[in-house]
Design a protein around this ligand. Structure first.
Ligand SMILES: [Fe+2]
Length: 244
């Protein structure tokens, strides 16, 4: 088996384990009648999330799931169009290739972040212990766990229609909180998201009107620290590799 195949199989295995975002099905599977194609397209699949929380209405949860599925549909459509777009016409002023690449990032981030968000909220038995890696890392990099909370809430209240995230920053080699507007404005590069909060109005307005703070506090009370712990363990592995 060649190296490319080994990497591809490992990637597929990891994505399947996650239960969402089965990106990178081969182009041949989708368009086997087009052998001349460039084999660049991918197919993503939206995960199905059954949020148990009562802090969000059934309607909000249902529409949010549908929104995620819409982003994934758009991403797949863009991927397909990119496969056939005229790259020789690419330019910075007005080109289909440029528009598709911008939309690809937007919809990719939307799908990816919604998956991470749904996965890390709605834990009715939410608990974090002082000996968990999550607690220790956040306390280490923010000075105290409470300081992380205070900063994270401030980020949640600062995002426009966008996201607040705790990320592992590979350049600075520490955890920090970031604010992203929309799905792709002010994205800090080289960061691994470990805690993700949707701060778009669609995530809370039906249930809380303009009271984002109550929504954020509610979601934070039900953070799934088991999921976050696993993400931080993986980020820690990256951290260790970077220090070698
Ligand atoms: Fe959302």
């Amino acid at each position: 088996m060649d190296l490319e195949k080994i990497i591809e199989n490992a990637l597929k295995e990891t994505l399947n384990e996650k239960g969402y975002g089965n990106i990178l099905e081969e182009k041949e599977t989708k368009n086997s009648n087009k052998p001349e194609a460039l084999n660049e397209a991918y197919v993503a699949q939206a995960g199905a999330f059954n949020l148990q929380t009562e802090l969000l209405s059934h309607k909000t949860k249902k529409q949010h799931q549908e929104l995620l599925e819409g982003y994934v549909r758009e991403l797949n459509d863009i991927s397909n169009k990119l496969d056939g777009v005229d790259k020789s016409a690419a330019n910075l002023n007005n080109s289909q290739f440029r528009s598709l690449k911008i939309d690809e990032t937007y919809n990719h981030n939307a799908a990816f972040l919604h998956g991470l968000y749904f996965e890390n909220i709605s834990d009715l038995n939410s608990t974090i212990t002082m000996d968990s890696l999550a607690y220790m890392r956040l306390a280490r990099d923010f000075g105290a766990f409470d300081k992380w909370q205070e900063d994270f809430v401030a980020c949640c209240l600062s995002a426009r229609n966008g996201w607040a995230m705790t990320v592992y920053n590979m350049q600075l080699q520490r955890y920090m909180n970031t604010v992203v507007d929309l799905h792709s404005d002010s994205v800090m590069f080289g960061c691994i998201p470990v805690i993700v909060m949707d701060c778009w109005e669609h995530s809370y307005f039906r249930d809380y009107l303009a009271d984002r703070k109550t929504y954020v506090f509610g979601m934070m009370k039900e953070l799934n620290w088991s999921v976050i712990e696993e993400r931080i363990k993986k980020a820690d592995l990256v951290s260790k590799a970077l220090r070698k």
